[in-house]
Every structure is written in structure tokens, then in C-alpha cells.
Design a protein around this ligand. Structure first.
Ligand code: ATP
Ligand code: MG
Length: 355
């Protein structure tokens, strides 16, 4: 029987409300599949920051290191600037644990009305793979001639062979593993002179290692239009840090509600723990009322199971989500219903193993 050590960080706001529902579903997985989870709970949050001046203790990274995975809720709260939670918690974890893949599914779930009309579940079902460590998000550059007529700012993007090849390889191997051998790359090589042609060149090289995978190379602008107009054409979409960031929010936007979207910050080799967290934030506007949609958190737990090698359990959690939403009886207000966070969590937990 497999056993996993999971670090649980609910964080702030609705993070503390949706996390118990993910753990409830994992309890049902344990009962059905015999998978053991050992949880260590960390209350690191903006509250911690207000009390101690830090988002996590100085040895925080070391305290997370031994875990198989990190399940995160949401961090951030009014009055605490976003860069505090980002640089004080999320980025150190991402960097120290070399989580170089950001992975998000884009899937229209049953019972969810998408903002684009005439789309049914099955029409929108693909994954965005974002490079998570380099590219456009670099600290290289600076200001010159400040205050003079020649004032200018340089911002340098960094694309290493190592960093580019490993994210592209991940995308191809992932596409093969999920049985959708088709990868689309988004760049802007007609406008960005050095980095994007380099990415295209490496894309073709890695594609040559995977001749059974079909490829498309789109410019990022038309790719965005196609996300909205013809999402059916995508299976796995891979892009640099900045372009991937944009695409991975556009995706959940196209599929309806932000409350259902999950994500993984992944170290594929499993040398370090990976982090799984909903796409949404702490949602202070609805926090404390027990109405947040827990599906983003529950689906994140499913992605965690998949990463840990528990594919059957992971697929069952996704099926349970779809089954409950498809039946339509239990919906939180963001989906047009009146159910509570716990009602929806319980309904999904009860569905585990029912197939
Ligand atoms: P940031 O992206 O900087 O964290 P934010 O905290 O305002 O910004 P979210 O917390 O994601 O962003 O909230 C955006 C909107 O989506 C809010 O109106 C919020 O109520 C709604 N929302 C987010 N998550 C959920 C959820 N799980 N269930 C229902 N509504 C949600
Ligand atoms: Mg937020």
C-alpha cells in the first residue's frame, strides 16, 4: 500500500474553506483505494506575516523539503501587498524545489456555462504547460540615463538550452502519456528577434525526438484568438514563462468559472516536492461565508494524485467532479446554485468509487 507525506498549507481567505473539502475527498480516496496520506499542517499565511513579519519561518523551505507533495490553498489578503506573499512564500518554494513546470488543465465541465457560446464538454479539453523558472521573468536589466532625455529601461529575457529543452521535453512526454500526441507551441518569432526563434528551433529539435507527436507552431496573438474561437484544436499547449502565464489564465476564463480551475507547479523528476493549488486567489469578497467553490482545490488534489503515480484514484476524482456537476443538484453560487462549500465537497466525496 502506498503512503505519502503531504504538506498542507491552506493559506488565507477561502483557502481555509476549500482545503478541508479536498482533504475530505482524499479521505474517500483512502477508503476506496487504500492509499495512505500523512498530513503535516502549516498555517503560514498573511496572518503569520502580520504577526511575525514573515510569510513563513526562516527554515520554512527545509520544513517542507521531506514531503512528497505540497497542497496549497491560496495566499494573499487585503492590506498585505501581493509581492509579500509571492516573494515570501510562493516563489521561494517554486525556486528551491525547481518546480520548472506549471501545468493547468483547460476543460469545460458539465453544468458550467462557458462565456463562449455553443461549446459543450469535450469541445474544450486540453492542457497548458508553462515554463516556470526563466524566460521573460528575469531580473536582468536596469535603468540608464535616468532623468535625462536618453532615459531608458532594459529588460533582458533569459532562455537557456537546459531550461528550454526540459520544458519542451516535458510537454512532449506529457502529451504521449495522456494519449493526446499533439503539441502546440506559442511564440512570437516574427516580433521578438533572439529568444523566440531560439525557442522555435529547440521546439523543432525536441519534436524530432518524438516523431509520433503532431505539432503546431502558432504565434501567440493568433493562439489567444484560437483559445476562444476554436479551442477544439488543442491538446497540449507549451509556452514560455510570460506567454504561458497569460494562456494559463485565458484557459480557465474560456471555460467559465475560476473556482474550478486547478494547477500544479511541478518538479517532474520528483527530486523535490511539487505544489498543487487552485488557480483562484483568497477571494476576500466571499471569504468566511462558506460559499466558495471547492472544485479548484479538489481537482488540484487529483493532479497531485496523478503526479504521485495514483492514476486510477486521480481519474476517479475528476470523474466524481464531473458526475456531481453533470447531475446539477449540488452547485455553489458561482455555478448558479445555493449549495455550500461543504455540500459540494461532501457530494464529490460520496461519488468516489461509484463508477
Ligand atoms: P488575485 O488574483 O490577486 O489573488 P483576487 O484575490 O481578487 O486577486 P481571486 O481571489 O481569485 O482573485 O478572486 C477573483 C474573483 O473570483 C472574486 O470575485 C472571487 O469571489 C471569485 N472566486 C475566486 N475563487 C472562487 C471560488 N473558489 N468560488 C467562487 N468564487 C470564486
Ligand atoms: Mg488573491
Amino acid at each position: 500500500m502506498s503512503s505519502y507525506e503531504i504538506a498542507v498549507l491552506p493559506g488565507d481567505g477561502i483557502g481555509t474553506e476549500v482545503m478541508p473539502e479536498a482533504l475530505r475527498v482524499l479521505d474517500a480516496v483512502r477508503a476506496e483505494y487504500g492509499t495512505e496520506f500523512r498530513y503535516r499542517h502549516f498555517d503560514w499565511s498573511c496572518e503569520t506575516y502580520r504577526e511575525t513579519g514573515r510569510m513563513m519561518p526562516a527554515d520554512g523551505i527545509d520544513r517542507l523539503r521531506d514531503h512528497d507533495s505540497i497542497l496549497l490553498g491560496a495566499v494573499g489578503y487585503p492590506g498585505v501587498p501581493d509581492h509579500v506573499s509571492l516573494w515570501g512564500l510562493l516563489l521561494p518554494i517554486r525556486r528551491e524545489f525547481d518546480q520548472y513546470v506549471n501545468l493547468r488543465p483547460v476543460r469545460l465541465l458539465p453544468g458550467v456555462t462557458p462565456p463562449v457560446r455553443d461549446k459543450a464538454p469535450g469541445d474544450i479539453d486540453f492542457w497548458v504547460v508553462r515554463e516556470n523558472t526563466e524566460g521573460e521573468y528575469s531580473r536582468l536589466g536596469g535603468r540608464q540615463g535616468e532623468g535625462t532625455p536618453a532615459e531608458m529601461v532594459l529588460q533582458t529575457a533569459v532562455f537557456t538550452r537546459h531550461g528550454t529543452d526540459r520544458i519542451l521535453r516535458y510537454a512532449f512526454e506529457f502529451a504521449e502519456r495522456i494519449g493526446k500526441p499533439h503539441v502546440t507551441s506559442g511564440t512570437k518569432s516574427n516580433g521578438i528577434y533572439h529568444s523566440m526563434p531560439y525557442w522555435d528551433e529547440r521546439f523543432r529539435a525536441i519534436a524530432a525526438e518524438h516523431p509520433q507527436v503532431a505539432v503546431d507552431q502558432d504565434h501567440i496573438d493568433i493562439l489567444c484568438a484560437r483559445f476562444v474561437m476554436s479551442p477544439e484544436r488543442f491538446d497540449v499547449v507549451v509556452a514560455s514563462n510570460l506567454f504561458g502565464d497569460i494562456l494559463s489564465d485565458l484557459g480557465p476564463g474560456v471555460t467559465g468559472t475560476i473556482g474550478v480551475a486547478p494547477s500544479g507547479n511541478i518538479n517532474p523528476e520528483r527530486r523535490f516536492p511539487s505544489t498543487f493549488e487552485p488557480v483562484h486567489g483568497s477571494a476576500p469578497d466571499i471569504a468566511g461565508r462558506g460559499v466558495a467553490n471547492p472544485i479548484g482545490q479538489i481537482w488540484s488534489a487529483a493532479m497531485m494524485l496523478d503526479h504521485l503515480g495514483e492514476q486510477d484514484a486521480a481519474a476517479d476524482v475528476v470523474r466524481a467532479i464531473e458526475s456531481v456537476l453533470g447531475a446539477g443538484a449540488v452547485r455553489t453560487p458561482d455555478l448558479g446554485g445555493t449549495a455550500s462549500t461543504a455540500d459540494l465537497g461532501k457530494a464529490i466525496a460520496a461519488e468516489i468509487g461509484a463508477a
